[in-house]
Design a protein around this ligand. Structure first.
Ligand code: C5P
Length: 262
């Protein structure tokens, strides 16, 4: 997806490899706007808008502020990931996916654990749309460790549950997944280069872990095959969110490889 013109000025001086890498990093960093109301979201976006291209709107903000909260993001040229993690019967999820697609978002989520029929219905709901958002199936939440996974009756490690759900998703025609950094390498091997792998649970070295369990640094996650990184609190709760985002972008840029010309 192209970055907006104001982040890519036409009269910029000759660009170095570092600038190219930073631009590439900017296309792959998604800031989670986990805030309680539209005013807090607007304040964060004001501070980040010259640094970040993508914003994720999740349950907290969407439930409080409704679809209107997307409009200022979209009108400023930002890309929006609507992370509502639908999980319901196929007919209901298909309707919700159609409604979400109509809001102009570029990515949306359903829970893979809703099963193959639900995933197929979600995928079918996007068929025929002129510019559909990427459908992502959430595998196992990054906040769940083995004890949490076992507690819901699954007698296997989170990684093997993630792999099982991803194989099921691929068979249902879904090519985008959300998983933790710990499984991204296995999923990249499963999906090949076509897979869109969106990775939360990102913590720069020294950042507070909070409730996340299966984590990695931005550079590690990219090197293991992530397409996009989702970062919330390490940016949004930093004293200077733009500076925290820039530091993460620099770390991402170092991990981005461009194919060398032959
Ligand atoms: O603040 P933090 O960086 O932990 O935020 C991570 C974001 O990614 C949150 O918005 C959370 O809802 C989301 N997420 C996650 N694990 C998943 C899917 C989404 O943490 N499996």
């Amino acid at each position: 997806m192209p970055i907006p013109e104001r982040l890519n000025p036409p009269f910029a001086p000759a660009r170095s490899r570092t600038a190219d890498r930073l631009d590439e990093a900017r296309k792959r960093l998604i800031v989670a706007l986990d805030v309680p109301d539209a005013a807090s979201a607007a304040a964060l976006v004001d501070r980040l808008e010259n640094t970040c291209q993508w914003f994720k709107v999740g349950l907290e903000l969407f439930v409080a502020a409704g679809p209107a909260v997307l409009e200022p993001l979209l009108s400023r040229g930002h890309s929006v990931f609507l992370d509502l993690k639908f999980n319901d019967i196929p007919n209901t999820v298909a309707g919700a996916v159609r409604s979400a697609a109509g809001l102009g978002v570029r990515m949306l989520t359903v829970h893979a654990s809703g099963g193959p029929a639900m995933l197929a219905a979600a995928r079918a709901a996007l068929e025929g749309l002129p510019d559909p958002p990427e459908l992502l199936a959430v595998t196992v939440l990054t906040s769940m460790d083995a004890a949490q996974v076992n507690a819901i009756g699954l007698k296997r490690e989170p990684a093997s549950q993630v792999e099982l759900l991803a194989k099921m998703g691929l068979e249902a025609g879904v090519h985008g997944f959300v998983c933790s950094p710990q499984e991204v390498g296995r999923l990249r091997a499963l999906t090949g280069q076509e897979g869109v792998l969106v990775i939360p649970g990102i913590r720069p070295a020294g950042a507070a872990v909070g409730d996340q369990k299966r984590i990695a640094t931005p550079a590690e996650a990219l090197r293991m095959g992530a397409s996009y990184l989702v970062v919330g609190r390490p940016i949004t709760q930093a004293p200077d969110p733009a500076e925290a985002a820039e530091a993460i972008l620099r770390e991402m840029a170092e991990a981005i490889e461009f194919p060398t010309a032959k």
